[in-house]
Design a binder for this molecule. Structure first.
Ligand SMILES: Nc1ncnc2c1ncn2[C@@H]1O[C@H](COP(=O)(O)OP(=O)(O)OP(=O)(O)O)[C@@H](O)[C@H]1O
Ligand SMILES: [Mg+2]
Length: 254
């Protein structure tokens, strides 16, 4: 099944103020892959993801989703296949109630209200947010908004999941729930994150971005153990690979 491959071909993008955020990004993601996009603050991760859903359009280069070049004409059909969560959930949630926000995608597909209801209830249950259904979205806490924004994407049943910092603001139990959701999602996943422990759990491949370029691309297990590379890219080993400081101190004393 090659129809959901994502190809980023020499993509460059500068913001209107002249800030060059992407400087010739190249990679291909194959159907069913689970890929982390990591890099220091300002590396270009969000700009890259925003370009992959046609919120920003590259100045040069091309993005192809399932061999279809992403442009203004193809955008509506490509959007139907990609579920995207913004780094800031406030950019995603705009309806009055949580229910209506999660129903927005399925309603856009012109599904019956009965089917919409089923999808909303299922998505909210998966993220553990059924109790928020009737709440006003703008009154939710940061972590609650995050969970609801993930439900918004799940209710669309997308072919490709594109998430920008999905674990930020989540409490440990909600984060663990997110990790399980991501593990169960069998289609393509592309996740921009600083949560390198989650990457080890969820993504077999990691792409490191720095100053709008790909600095490394390979197996997560190798990249996240490469201290020299991580240091050069402003990153640190995942906690789980750092060893417990208390245990190592105890070892020195005995
Ligand atoms: N709207 C904007 N206008 C001008 N420059 C911007 C804009 N948004 C982002 N930038 C700049 O583009 C570069 C890439 O930003 P981007 O948000 O893609 O980084 P990021 O890797 O997602 O960082 P973070 O880890 O902090 O989320 C940064 O230098 C940033 O300051
Ligand atoms: Mg970002």
């Amino acid at each position: 099944m090659s129809h959901h491959n994502v190809i980023i071909d020499n993509v460059c993008y500068s913001y209107p103020d002249g800030k060059k955020a992407l400087n010739g990004v190249n990679f291909e993601i194959y159907h069913g892959e689970s890929v982390a996009v990591v890099g220091s603050n300002g590396a270009g991760k969000s700009t890259l993801l925003l370009s992959m859903v046609g919120i920003l359009f590259p100045d040069s280069g091309e993005i192809r989703i399932g061999n279809v070049p992403l442009d203004k004409k193809t955008l509506p059909s490509i959007r139907q296949r990609i579920g995207f969560t913004f780094q800031n959930p406030d950019h995603q949630l705009f309806s009055t109630t949580v229910y209506d926000d999660v129903a927005f995608g399925p309603r856009n597909y012109k599904l019956s209200e009965n089917e919409v209801k089923k999808r909303v209830e299922r998505a909210l249950e998966i993220v553990g947010a059924s109790h928020l259904s009737d709440r006003q979205t703008y009154k939710l806490s940061g972590g609650e908004k995050r969970s609801v924004s993930i439900a918004c994407v799940l209710s669309m049943e997308p072919d490709i999941l594109l998430m920008d910092e999905p674990s930020s603001n989540l409490d440990p139990k909600s984060r663990r729930r997110l990790i399980n959701i991501l593990k169960e999602f069998k289609h393509t996943k592309i996740i921009a994150t600083h949560d390198l422990d989650m990457v080890l759990d969820v993504c077999e491949r990691t792409i490191v971005i720095g100053e709008g370029r790909v600095l490394a691309d390979g197996k997560s297990d190798e990249i996240l153990r490469n201290e020299e590379l991580l240091d050069r890219c402003g990153l640190e080993k995942p906690f789980v690979l750092q060893g417990c400081p208390v245990c190592s101190k105890y070892k020195q004393m005995t």
